[in-house]
Ligand binder design. Structure first.
Ligand SMILES: [Zn+2]
Ligand SMILES: [Zn+2]
Length: 307
């Protein structure tokens, strides 16, 4: 006869995986395809039990999401995806390896407020902090398009939007400019027209990761660095940056990450004491995406999210 020792049982618990969490999704409140209610329903159909709506730079979907989660038997975790300044410059060796000219021009920080009381002072304070960041995305793109038209390069906003799998940004505009023959490469679009300080560029406020972390912590929330794959930083440097900046977790289990990259990030996060989160980054069925089905080891979830 064989008995498990308590140490063995402990080890087993550490290796339990769950697919009940999806901590990254978008609705029509930002650049998602579906209204909050439909996202909630689809999450529930995928057997998600702990769901976070993380629209870009806005918490306007929280009330509807709370109601929809309850109606679908899920726990709603209020969340948001904050557009921040890049924390570190992309590493040229990684860009080269991936045959990429540039990394994304912002870093995304996920924030979660599992114990947020709606309409509390903390809620109001965080909402006011976030407001100026959320207003910028589409108006800014429109203004850049107006400037390009004045410079003799008309571009159709809808065509730029259609290129945006995540949120609409300058890389999509650059690609459309290339398609229209105004420039030969994405880089040229940035170097001549839409890069920082160039004639058709409009800047918008972006907090640093450190600033965003403090605002979230002051409101009783926790943070997770979203989809680090996009930033082209080696894992060790990334983990050290998160520890220094007050980031609580890393989104190791993002839809875009390969199994090998998930494992590499997860091991590094675990060794350094950072938590990990998982997210489908669901934007809609139109993009061939599906909600949920994100396996994550239970023990390494942030303690405040681990039920
Ligand atoms: Zn993102
Ligand atoms: Zn996202």
């Amino acid at each position: 006869m064989y008995f498990h020792t308590s140490i063995e049982v402990g080890l087993l618990a550490q290796h339990m995986w769950t697919e009940k969490y999806d901590l990254h999704s978008h609705s029509t409140n930002s650049d998602g395809q579906h209204p909050v209610e439909d996202v909630a329903h689809m999450m529930s159909e995928s057997n998600v039990r702990y769901w976070s709506l993380t629209d870009h730079d806005t918490i306007s979907g929280w009330d509807a999401a709370q109601t929809a989660a309850e109606a679908n038997g899920m726990v709603f975790i209020p969340g948001v995806e904050i557009t921040c300044m890049p924390g570190l410059p992309a590493e040229s060796s990684i860009l080269e390896l991936r045959n990429q000219e540039r990394a994304s021009d912002s870093w995304h920080l996920l924030a979660y407020f599992p114990s947020m009381e709606f309409q509390s002072e903390q809620h109001q304070q965080f909402k006011s902090w976030l407001a100026p960041l959320g207003e910028g995305r589409i108006p800014r793109m429109m203004t850049m398009i107006e400037k390009l038209a004045e410079l003799g390069m008309p571009v159709d906003f809808q065509a730029v939007s259609a290129r945006a799998g995540d949120s609409v940004g300058r890389p999509h505009l650059a690609d459309e400019m290339m398609a229209l023959g105004y420039v030969n490469t994405r880089q040229e679009a940035f170097d001549l027209w839409i890069g920082d300080g160039k004639p058709a560029h409009i800047s918008r406020p972006q907090p640093s990761i450190v600033e965003a972390c403090s605002a979230v912590h002051a409101a009783g929330g926790i943070t997770s660095l979203a989809h680090p794959l996009y930033y082209c930083i080696d894992t060790e440097t990334l983990v050290a940056f998160c520890l220094e900046s007050g980031v609580d977790a890393i989104e190791c289990f993002h839809r875009s990450h390969s199994d090998a990259y998930r494992f590499q990030l997860w091991s590094a996060a675990k060794d350094s004491g950072l938590s990990v989160t998982c997210g489908s980054d669901f934007h809609g069925t139109r993009y061939n995406q599906m909600p949920g089905r994100m396996a994550v080891p239970t023990m390494t979830l942030p303690p405040s999210l681990n039920n």
